[in-house]
Design a protein around this ligand. Structure first.
Ligand code: ADP
Ligand code: MG
Length: 281
């Protein structure tokens, strides 16, 4: 069994009126099955409302399945006794860094997680240092988080999760509120966690350019997994992506159009560099 495994996972939000009567049921996750191996870099794509966040919240036992099962490192999230271990195994990073930072000083903030876990003080400081170095924020350890940029704050949130030594990090649109340079910083840091530290990464995003380094991509639509494959397999299906209302990168679109015009090109061109190489110019 992989680090995250879902079997026929269903989650329904129940809508109620002011008197508490059930008005309707919204099936946000609809029979999702997946198996994510330790050490993989997984991207989850999908239009707004496709169920990505609802699925992610199951990976941290914030939500429990209406039907089906989700296991984190073999632990069933439905079992109350597993919750503490599940939250240490799979850390979560959310969209808005301002809601995740609580400390007045960067290093203090990063130390909160391990402190709550009862880690001895000396080891907390070691973890804080190693986590801040891993996201390239060590030189800011004495700063006040309030004065940092969005990308820097988000890297501090990631360091805070890292300091708990999780096997897996789930990031729910961590770059959605950032400018392009902040987005790049965060994605670079996330790739480092996976490449260097061997941590399983589950990155939820709607930016297609952030997924090109993923081992595997899942595309969600209306609560279901609509597509799955390598980035290249996914990007080879331009029409399907457009049907699912996803923005295909310019270079992939261009290659797709050229191919339609008869230019000989491989499927699923991901970068400008690849297109130039394939065109032999
Ligand atoms: P995504 O993260 O892909 O945008 P979500 O998981 O947030 O998707 O939402 C999936 C569906 O569930 C949407 O139709 C959304 O409106 C609905 N939904 C999300 N959160 C709630 C909630 N707290 N109460 C009721 N419906 C919700
Ligand atoms: Mg979401």
């Amino acid at each position: 069994m992989g680090i995250i495994k879902a079997k026929d996972l269903v989650y329904e939000y129940i809508r109620r009126d002011e008197d508490g009567n059930v008005e309707g049921i919204n099936t946000a996750v609809d029979h999702v099955s997946l198996d994510i191996k330790q050490g993989q870099f997984i991207a989850i794509l999908g239009h707004n409302g496709s169920g990505k966040s609802t699925l992610a919240k199951h990976m941290n036992a914030i939500l429990n399945p209406t039907e089906g099962t989700l296991w984190v490192d073999g632990m069933d999230t439905n079992e109350e006794k597993n919750i503490w271990n599940i939250r240490q195994t799979a850390g979560m990073v959310f969209q808005n860094p301002d809601n995740q930072i609580i400390g007045q000083v960067v290093e203090e903030d990063v130390g909160f997680g391990p402190e709550n876990m009862g880690i001895p003080t000396k080891e907390i400081w070691e973890r804080v240092e190693e986590s801040l170095r891993a996201v390239g924020m060590y030189e800011f350890r004495k700063h006040s988080p309030n004065k940092l940029s969005g990308g820097q704050k988000q890297r501090i949130s990631i360091a805070g999760v890292l300091a708990m030594h999780p096997k897996c990090i789930v990031l729910d649109e961590p770059t959605a509120m950032l400018d392009p340079s902040g987005r790049k910083e965060v994605i670079r840091a996330v790739r480092g966690l996976n490449d260097v530290e061997g941590i399983t990464v589950i990155l939820i995003t709607h930016y297609m350019d952030e997924i090109i380094h993923a081992d595997k991509v899942f595309v969600m639509d209306k609560g279901k997994i609509a597509m799955e494959g390598t980035p290249r397999e996914i990007f080879s299906q331009v029409e399907k992506l457009q049907e699912l209302r996803l923005d295909v990168p310019q270079v992939t679109l261009l290659a797709h159009e050229l191919k339609k015009q008869g230019v000989k090109l491989p499927d699923g061109i991901l970068t400008t560099k690849e297109l130039i190489a394939a065109l032999g110019i």
